[in-house]
Design a protein around this ligand. Structure first.
Ligand code: GKR
Ligand code: MG
Length: 447
């Protein structure tokens, strides 16, 4: 019997709607973009993979097409390895990575071939009648994956004339809450309660880097008081100075479980060095998705003992790469987790498969999905209940692509001003603070 081969590969740029959420980069735009890869094999099966948006990633994916068609779906490791070698112009790549959260560099950290890897493994899993998790690392380690409630400060959309989504889901308090302004600690606690009501989260993360650190730690404290059993984490994306991070975290030590990128590069020291000193001064565990985004960075982070938790997003590391990281972390007494950006449900399904194969004790996985819930590309996508998603019983990624929804999301992408195909969080900021520009060392609203 001959093994199934890839018959077609298509790349769909897609867009979805977002809330006016704030981060160190500025303010999320009304739309977020992604790219979806759809493969069909000689058995008639469909495999899917989702990755970051924008034309740079799209053109990389399109350049892979001739190298994927005709290949055996079971030879996915070789196919992905060959894609990694394809020479691609990385015109404005400074090599900085995202240790200063310059989001124009994010596309260089993202490994676009991951979308192909995922779609191929989806097909291979369907052929072998096994979930992707069974094909990764040492196979399935858990049947349910825990996610955290990812909280953001949210601005009032009436301050702009941009087409932000509203009234898309008034079925419960989360549906309403996520589209309305939440700029105080009390509002964030309400946001968390609304998210918990719908999804049952046990743990939360607050996106910081927006207000003065003491205000944000006050919010963390209120979250801790409202959810005493929960793990609370805050991520200012390295915006705080090391001295400030040590001071505020020591003050609110009992409220946080771990800190995510509390400080970053400063005064000639890299984020790997400042986080190492931060850890020595506070003894609070550190998570990162900024200073260990490839193996060379990880080697230095590990040598300096800068981090305890590596948020090894499969989009940065590949599915197999993320699991290789999970195995090393587990063997070395460290912890695996995953970072996220705005995404559709294909990514949520991918996180479930990868996290299900990550050995040892892992940290609840990040997901932005709750901000996009209702804009599915799948007809049977994952559901978060009790803060967790079950590993699907079906093979491959365990989901079904809804072609009509995919085409509608591509139509929305084509409607957007091409200048905003790439993520740009400064545009909406101009409505809030005229002439606002990004500064990796200044919280967004501290100008
Ligand atoms: O969605 O704005 C955002 C986040 O700030 C994202 O860009 C970060 O990369 O969530 C990410 C993080 O954990 O650093
Ligand atoms: Mg982070």
């Amino acid at each position: 019997m001959s093994l199934p081969i890839v018959k077609t590969m298509e790349v769909y740029p897609v867009a979805g709607y977002d809330s006016m959420t704030l981060t160190l980069s500025g303010c999320h735009a009304p739309y977020f973009t992604r790219n979806v890869v759809v493969l069909k094999d000689s058995l008639g099966h469909t495999g899917v993979g989702e990755i970051h948006g924008g034309e740079y990633t799209r053109s990389q994916l399109e350049s892979y097409i001739p190298h994927v068609i005709g290949k055996s779906i079971c030879d996915y490791r070789q196919v992905v390895n060959d894609l990694r070698k394809i020479n691609i112009t990385k015109n404005n790549n400074t090599g900085e990575g995202i240790q200063s959260l310059d989001i124009s560099q994010l596309k260089y950290v993202v490994q676009s071939e991951t979308a192909v890897e995922c779609a191929l493994m989806d097909l291979a899993g369907q052929f072998l009648d096994l979930p992707i998790a069974a094909l990764l690392g040492d196979g399935i380690q858990r049947k349910r994956v825990e996610f955290l409630g990812y909280l953001f400060y949210v601005e009032d959309i009436n301050k702009t004339d941009l087409p932000y989504i509203c009234n898309d889901d008034n079925s419960d308090s989360w549906g309403r809450f996520r589209r309305t302004s939440a700029m105080t600690s009390d509002k964030i606690v309400e946001e968390a309660k609304a998210a918990q009501e719908r999804y049952g989260f046990h743990n939360f993360k607050l996106k910081g880097g927006v207000f003065d650190p003491s205000i944000e730690m006050e919010t963390v404290k209120k979250l801790h008081d409202a959810f005493p059993g929960a793990h609370i984490n805050i991520d200012p994306n390295g915006a705080w100075s090391e001295a400030t991070a040590i001071k505020v975290v020591n003050e609110y030590k009992d409220a946080v479980t771990y800190m995510e990128d509390p400080c970053g590069p400063e005064n000639g020291y890299s984020g790997r060095e400042t986080l190492s000193e931060f850890k020595m001064a506070t003894h609070v565990p550190v998570a990162t998705n900024m200073i260990a985004t490839d193996w060379r960075q990880f080697q230095h982070a590990a040598a300096l003992k800068s981090v305890d938790i590596v948020l090894a997003d499969p989009h940065f590391w590949g599915l197999n790469g993320s699991i290789r990281m999970a195995q090393i972390l587990n063997d070395w007494g460290m912890t695996w987790g995953s970072h996220s950006n705005n995404h559709f449900d294909i990514t949520l399904a991918t996180y479930v498969q990868v996290a299900a194969a990550a050995p040892g004790k892992i940290t609840p996985v990040d997901t932005h999905y709750i901000w996009q819930d209702g804009q599915e590309l799948l007809s049977d996508g994952p559901t978060i209940r009790d803060g967790k998603v079950d590993l699907p019983q079906r093979p491959g990624l365990g989901v079904t692509l809804d072609m009509d929804r995919l085409l509608a999301a591509t139509k929305l992408y084509n409607k957007i001003d091409p200048r905003y195909y790439d993520r740009d969080d400064s545009r909406s900021m101009q409505y809030l603070i005229p002439n606002w520009s990004y500064d990796s060392k200044k919280p967004t609203l501290v100008r």
